[in-house]
Design a protein around this ligand. Structure first.
Ligand code: PAF
Length: 289
């Protein structure tokens, strides 16, 4: 594993891989690596000649009052995970290098960032889109891997790669879950006791909603009602949003009826378990897909 800390060094190494006709698979992360990241690294390893991973806790995607300062940064353990996964190059971004003096260029993806996390975390996706564009310009990978837990992020990244004519193919990989169904997330490390137990109600609620849709229910209001019922909010689990949208455009369903549209149906929730913000979703593909 080669470790580099500047964009210039990372770009140089990646240029060399390309010059040697080696395909590059890229996994951008903010560290605190878990089994979800490991699955992205494993897939990149299977599909590409060289795997490049970045670790950078990107300050511009955190809002005021969010957990930037306390975000876990177990760098040594992360590097062990990267070594074990056969990663060739680790780019450990440094804030002054990623955002140099005088920085003033931002990437904004418009409609896709309006609902869901975009609505409740103003500026979040501007930070994500900007840093992902920077990382893709530095590494210029053949393929880049993102987790489906961050469904809106994956759609936003696909869109920006297309709109900015980046040559990278964006791959979205299935959410990896704990034994009780809780989606893997670096923020799960904050969960303790009752909050951890309560967090497991999130996938149960999503499953209840999915079952209803698969049985033929189309009324968004009734599906949301079933989801909220299974969710059972309480002192340890608070629902921030629950939404049912077209999975491709992230637009609402006209007339409040979620038909098995060609784009599929996204059921997405954000919740706080003991103060820790968690997101999760299920996507129901179009009938016959
Ligand atoms: O999903 C993440 O870990 C981050 O949002 C990403 C894509 C690495 C950008 O900072």
């Amino acid at each position: 594993l080669r470790i580099v800390r500047t964009a210039a060094e990372a770009a140089l190494r990646c240029d060399r891989y390309r010059a040697a006709a080696l395909s590059i698979g890229f996994v951008p992360t903010m560290g605190a690596l878990h089994a979800g990241h490991a699955s992205l690294l494993a897939r990149a390893r299977r599909e590409c000649d060289r795997v490049v991973a970045s670790i950078f806790v990107n300050p511009t995607q955190f809002g005021p009052g969010e957990d930037l300062a306390r975000y876990p940064r177990p760098v040594d353990a992360d590097l062990e995970v990267l070594r074990g996964a056969g990663v060739a190059l680790a780019y450990l971004g440094e804030e002054r290098d990623v955002y140099p003096e005088g920085f003033q260029t931002w990437v904004e993806v418009e409609r896709l960032t309006a609902p869901l996390c975009g609505a409740v975390r103003p500026g979040h996706f501007r930070g994500v889109a900007t840093v992902v564009t920077q990382l893709l310009s530095i590494v210029r990978p053949h393929r880049a891997y993102f987790g489906a837990k961050d469904y809106q992020q994956a759609r936003v990244v696909e869109r920006l790669a297309r709109d900015l004519h980046l040559s990278t193919e964006i791959r979205t990989c299935p959410t990896v879950r704990e034994a009780d169904g809780l989606a893997m997330s670096s923020r799960n490390a904050y969960l303790e006791g009752e909050a951890r137990r309560a967090a497991a109600r999130i996938p149960i609620a999503l499953e209840a909603a999915r079952t209803l849709v698969l049985r033929g229910e189309t009324a968004v209001a009734r599906i949301l009602e079933a989801l909220r019922e299974a969710f059972r909010p309480g002192p340890d689990l608070e629902l921030e949003y629950a939404e049912i949208l077209r999975a491709d455009t992230l637009e609402g369903f006209e007339g409040g009826s979620a038909r098995r549209s060609p784009g599929g149906i996204l059921i997405a929730v954000a919740a706080r378990a003991g103060g820790t913000r968690l997101i999760d979703n299920v996507v129901i593909p179009p009938e016959g897909a």
